[in-house]
Design a protein around this ligand. Structure first.
Ligand SMILES: [Zn+2]
Length: 82
């Protein structure tokens, strides 16, 4: 019994690493693209223009945040499908 348990743990280790990375991306909410100038906000990068720290989801941006390239409001962004 104990041998079978440890074997199952070993085989699941690799897939656990993959799912952890996917969960992190899902938590961040994905990237958003400006409909006007195609600027992409990537939550893994943040926004150095607005001093937004890496790891900040688009939904957590301050309300006064606008496109750093063309000043389009957040409502003018579309979520990208990765
Ligand atoms: Zn823009």
């Amino acid at each position: 019994m104990s041998r079978a348990t440890s074997a199952g743990t070993d085989s699941g280790a690799g897939s656990d690493t993959d799912s952890a990375a996917g969960t992190e991306l899902a938590t961040l909410g994905g990237r958003f693209e400006c409909k006007v100038c195609w600027h992409v906000y990537d939550p893994r990068v943040g926004d150095p223009v607005w001093q937004i720290a890496p790891g900040t989801p688009f939904s957590a941006l301050p309300h006064h945040w606008t496109c750093p390239n063309c000043s389009t409001e957040q409502a003018g962004f579309l979520q990208l499908e990765d």
